[in-house]
Design a protein around this ligand. Sequence first.
Ligand code: LMR
Length: 393
Amino acid sequence: MFETLQPAAPDGILMLMSLYRDDPRPGKLDLGVGVYKDVDGKTPVMRAVREAERRLHETQATKSYLGLAGDTVFNELMIGVVFGEKADRTRLRSAQTPGGTGALRLLADLIRLSRPDATVWLPDPTWPNHLPILRAAGLATQSYPYFDAATGAIDFDAMMAKLNTLPAGDVVLLHGCCHNPTGADLSQEQWKALAGLLAERGLVPFVDIAYQGFGDGLEQDAGGLRLLAKTVPELMAAASCSKNFSVYRDRAGAAIILGRNAAEADVAHGQMLGLGRGIWSMPPDHAAACVRIVLHDDDLRADWKQELETVRMRMQGLRQGFADALRLQSNSDRFDFIARQRGMFSRLGLTAEQVARLRADHGVYIVGDSRFNVAGLPGNRLDELATKVVTVL
Ligand code: LMR
């Protein structure tokens, strides 16, 4: 049987992790996979999560099954995080998933079940894993214009013009904030115009909000999604706790839907649970239980928010510092966009050959499309890094 298989194409982002690991050079720098690193280059367990783990360890009396939706309190709390504490929950339903990727896959399967002929439209560019996830669910995909490399900004007119031609019932995948890989986000004005267009044309938004809290703030980052929820009859959102709770490997996320009415939301939610049963049966508990403990306790929640805000501000500082260093070293403003963009990633705008030289000659690992992990920048080596970037130009 297996003789029929071809070797799998390596994942461009994950491949970098192993190349980096095998590189013996002491000054090597990993700016590939999206993982936050502190001043010491470590990815710490957040204080509130650590405390939640301690409490869980002391109080958890069983590891028996919880059920198909996972932890129901976690689900309710995640609706609050993503859609706001005051959100009307009548039409909102959530299922706990293994990470944001699990949420994307579950919702992709839901699209396939409810509207098998729908095309899912992806921004160009998008997170490389979106495509395999949607294809694995058997969905047709296409792309719409999003980022203009020449200006380092969103080509909003081209995006809207394309979306304005799509047939009713198609699905539009959007990055809720901190666009991966470009860091170029829609303004509130643009979200408003977009929401109007989606509602008018009967297009269904599918929002990947993997980086909430890493852009302009926890509430602000969900502003676009919340505006959509007020404007369109139905939507889907894939949320992740990997980044904002720093529980990457433990895999916690939520697939949240907004139905046209409570009855339809219930039916869709029931189908989601059935689909999950066919993939992972029941979602992993540990990280979701910790997130539930953090969000449920006023002190822990406040501490988590504070630490998340520190992380966000540090990334903003690194963006500014790196843009300044590049301005100095390149004697130009061509990299100023780095300070304007948001979240964990931006693209340097290098060719594949320049990216390869950065790795081979300087031990600096960034993704092939020149995406780098802002949260991995070492604050004390920005000038050195800027010099290396300018050397390969
Ligand atoms: C990334 O884009 O680096 C992260 O979302 C991690 C991943 O799984 O690719």
